[in-house]
Design a protein around this ligand. Structure first.
Ligand SMILES: Nc1nc2c(c(=O)[nH]1)N[C@H]1C(S)=C(S)[C@@H](COP(=O)(O)OP(=O)(O)OC[C@H]3O[C@@H](n4cnc5c(=O)[nH]c(N)nc54)[C@H](O)[C@@H]3O)O[C@H]1N2
Ligand SMILES: Nc1nc2c(c(=O)[nH]1)N[C@H]1C(S)=C(S)[C@@H](COP(=O)(O)OP(=O)(O)OC[C@H]3O[C@@H](n4cnc5c(=O)[nH]c(N)nc54)[C@H](O)[C@@H]3O)O[C@H]1N2
Ligand SMILES: [Mo]
Length: 739
């Protein structure tokens, strides 16, 4: 038993230092007050003075309502009604594990291991207890088929890999103070956190007099908190605006030509495109104004201000990159930062949307590193290639899992899937085209889901294995993407009901399947060994017991971390990791792919489901599907206290609402050819006309007519992906009307 009893008061309340393991990017130290195995109160960080406190937000403040929610799955379940309806009966762990073990063996014997699909998501961000061990077990059993790519940030990853050859493109947040101008471009850290305390550092910069301008389709929480100028832009058109800014910079000869000559490749080709020498169309501010809705004068003035303010910081992110040509937005943002010589410099930025710094990025789920999946033996490496066609040899793109399940080898997918094991994800709800995902899972022979709640995905499983929350197990964790610190999750309470962690499920199954040496160490011992033996970790975590006791280890930075500082200051010895060793504004690797949606220089191109698509006549509204403030994806959606914080409403501008007779709180239907949702209205000028905003993550809940009463954004989104592999979750057209 590893219960921590760090402080004990007379009334029998213990205070446990922990964090949640949610996938929000933050990681906030919590003090969980526990009495009689119940969390009765949650307090935040007290391990530093106010200026260094890692302040928890509304989601972790509601942690006790989540851990002790009445709808927790408390024991193994077997499906007794049709798939998707949620009709289950209680069974014993023995029966559940025997069934799963025999289904694995049966599927392997009858069809081969490739017929088993391992579907793992980001629901749990601890290091020891997550999905990795289930993967390891399946690999030992002969392997599995799985997906490739990242539902979050594949567009941005492709952009930075093609341009820099590196994903570490961030600065540590205190470097904002060194800037003179910050352009927040499609980024809303007040809501999506982006590393605990990012807003704190932005507010400090604002108070110190740094000018901040926000560019995006919504007047979002960050813009309102910082009270900064908002430049409204239509979704999916940022690249056009950036290209026009490049035009203004070139026409006024404001580019840092010495920087471009020394560090970059292919600027001339980009310049030919921008000036119209390539295709006869000059990308002027007037050209961009028609596309973006931003007045030409504003684009011109912004370009000049950005190019003449030194240093200036352009913060692009991943939301706009989750669109039909998303990687071009990040590629073009990088090009602007190169044109202004802001890369590798304090107060500047490398752009690229990922914002990671190389501290605390060493955590991996055990079982994944070095894990050989026999099914993939002989397949091409999925890493290091920009050409997605090379990756699909053995794996399936994340958003194409439904098609793989439905079409199998006949559709060109690597296997005919008979069994699915879903761990810490809500596939039906969170990937494009929920109706198709539901259809696909319904025709799988056997599905098992490890879950905490009866989610829309779990409802498709034949067997559900009840899983513990992070409060019920000890683990180590870290924030992404910024840090720099590590947290210890001390087990606060005993597992609820009969719940087990994924790790314990893997152990129990390993025994049944005859892998007697599967378990390498007791949990706490495992954590200690991991911290002591991991090269990067041991540099920071010098005293495991202290780490555990205090719940957090902070990495002291002597100076702010600045991406590519070495590459800029000492280019001879530190080339960029691209084939040319330079920042590749022109990418030969992209040119070799030779596809129209993978241009070798950053370009704005019209796409399916934009305003120029003929479909726009039928469906004249664009949609944004950002991440909700009161939940983490679909996690916490069912917490009533959090629903009150921010009721689920579609944002609609009065210009679109009035002609349709729509008022705030009206019941609406929103639909396209993929599906139809029911949702209430919020009429607001905080969104540009012609665009709706539906926060993703509410639970898919189709009624008898197939209308999703849960208002799930992904009932409307597509399961297509961009040229760089980005999930297209912010490019879609719909119509809306009163219900
Ligand atoms: N509260 C909360 N925080 C979270 C999460 C959560 O679910 N809830 N999820 C976490 C995870 S896993 C991730 S990957 C990150 C995601 O972080 P992001 O990808 O940054 O988040 P999004 O909310 O998708 O999008 C950010 C902003 O982009 C804007 N946007 C969308 N399309 C466009 C466009 O075409 N142009 C412009 N200029 N702006 C556009 C949206 O209005 C939104 O405000 O957030 C993390 N943090
Ligand atoms: N329309 C639209 N869709 C999006 C996005 C968007 O911007 N727009 N963003 C996308 C992004 S960035 C992401 S990262 C994905 C996230 O999508 P998912 O990775 O599917 O995330 P969640 O919806 O939070 O689902 C996680 C599930 O894991 C469960 N869980 C938590 N802890 C554990 C555990 O220890 N073990 C097990 N077995 N289960 C656990 C939770 O109960 C929850 O049901 O969503 C994507 N979907
Ligand atoms: Mo994500």
């Amino acid at each position: 038993m590893t219960m921590q009893d760090i402080a004990k008061s007379d009334d029998g309340v213990k205070i446990i230092r922990a964090t949640s393991a949610f996938d929000c990017g933050g990681r906030c130290p919590l003090r969980l007050h526990v009495k009689d195995n119940v969390i009765i109160k949650v307090e935040g960080d007290d391990t530093a003075g106010p200026e260094f406190q890692l302040r928890a937000c509304v989601r972790c403040r509601a942690y006790k309502h989540y851990v002790h929610h009445k709808d927790r799955i408390m024991h193994p379940l077997k499906r007794v009604g049709p798939k998707g309806t949620g009709e289950y009966e209680r069974i014993s762990w023995d029966e559940a594990l025997d069934t799963v073990a025999s289904k694995i063996k049966e599927t392997k014997d009858k069809y081969g291991s490739q017929a088993i699909f391992f579907l793992a998501g980001g629901g749990y961000h601890g290091n020891l207890h997550g999905a990795g061990q289930i993967g390891k077990l399946l690999a030992m059993m002969g392997g599995f088929t799985t997906d490739y790519g990242n539902i979050s940030s594949e567009g941005a990853v492709w952009a930075v890999m093609s341009t820099y050859g590196d994903v570490m493109v961030g600065h540590s947040r205190e470097d904002f103070l060194n800037s003179k101008l910050i352009l927040i471009w499609g980024w809303d850290p007040a809501r999506m956190i982006s590393g605990t305390n990012t807003m704190y550092h932005l507010i400090q910069a604002k108070e110190a007099g740094v000018k901040i301008i926000s560019i995006g389709p919504r007047y979002d929480d960050t813009t309102s908190t910082l009270e900064c100028e908002w430049i409204p832009v239509r979704p999916g058109t940022d690249t056009a605006m950036m290209v026009a800014m490049a035009n203004v910079i070139i026409k006024n000869n404001l580019q840092d030509q010495a920087f471009l000559d020394k560090y970059t490749l292919g600027f001339d080709k980009f310049k030919d495109y921008v000036l119209g020498d390539e295709d006869g169309i000059e990308k002027t501010p007037e050209w961009a104004a028609e596309i973006t809705g931003v007045p030409a004068e504003r684009i011109e003035a912004l370009a000049k201000e950005y190019a003449t303010t030194d240093p200036a910081c352009l913060m692009d992110c991943q939301g706009p990159a989750r669109s039909a040509m998303g990687e071009q937005y990040n590629r073009c943002a990088i090009t602007l930062t190169a044109m202004t010589g802001n890369i590798g410099k304090n107060g500047g930025s490398a752009a690229g949307g990922l914002m990671g710094i190389p501290v605390g990025h060493m955590f991996r789920s055990p079982g994944i590193p070095g894990m050989k999946n026999p099914v993939e033996a002989g397949g091409k490496s999925i890493r290091g290639t920009l050409d997605l066609r090379d990756r699909v040899i053995k794996r399936v793109h994340k958003v194409k899992i439904s098609d793989c399940l439905l079409e199998g080898t006949a559709g060109g997918y690597p296997a005919d899937i008979k069994m699915v094991w879903s761990v810490s994800n809500n596939y039906v709800n969170q990937y494009g085209n929920a109706n198709k995902a539901s259809r696909a899972l319904k025709q799988v022979d056997f599905m098992v889901s490890n879950e905490i709640f009866m989610t829309p995905t779990a409802k498709h499983a034949d067997i559900i294995l009840p899983v513990t929350t992070a409060a019920e197990k000890s683990d180590i964790s870290r924030p992404w993407p910024s840090g720099p610190y590590f947290t210890f999750i001390n087990q606060a309470i005993q597992p609820q009901g009969e719940c087990k962690s994924d790790l314990e499920i893997a152990y129990a199954l390993a025994e049944r399947l005859g892998f007697n040496d599967f378990k390498q160490a007791e949990n706490e011992e495992w954590l200690r060994l991991f911290c002591e033996n991991n090269e990067q970790l041991k540099e920071h975590i010098k005293d495991f017991d202290k780490y555990k006791e205090e719940g957090v280890v902070r990495v002291e930075l002597k100076e702010p971390i600045v991406a590519f500082k070495k590459e800029i200051e000492d280019p001879e010895n530190h080339p960029f990791k691209t084939p040319s060793g330079k920042i590749e504004i022109f990418s030969q690797r992209a040119a070799d792919i030779d596809l129209p949606n993978v241009p070798p220089i950053p370009k704005y191109l019209s796409t399916a489901e934009d305003r120029y698509d003929p479909l726009y006549e039928k469906y004249p509204l664009q949609v944004l599907t950002p991440h909700g403030r009161n939940r983490v994806h679909s996690t916490l959606t069912n917490i009533e206290e959090l629903q009150e914080v921010d009721p689920h409403r579609v944002w609609i501008n009065p210009i679109d609402a009035d002609p349709r007779g729509i008022k705030s709180e009206d019941d609406l239907y929103i639909w396209n050819d993929r599906g139809k949702i029911a949702i209430k209205a919020w009429v607001t000028e905080r969104i540009v006309p012609g665009v709706l905003c539906i926060f993703q993550g509410t639970w898919y809940d189709p009624d008898d007519e197939g209308i999703d009463q849960g208002g799930c954004a992904n009932t409307l989104t597509t399961d297509a992906y961009s040229g760089g592999g980005g999930a297209i979750l912010n490019t879609l057209l719909v119509e809306v009307a009163k219900a």
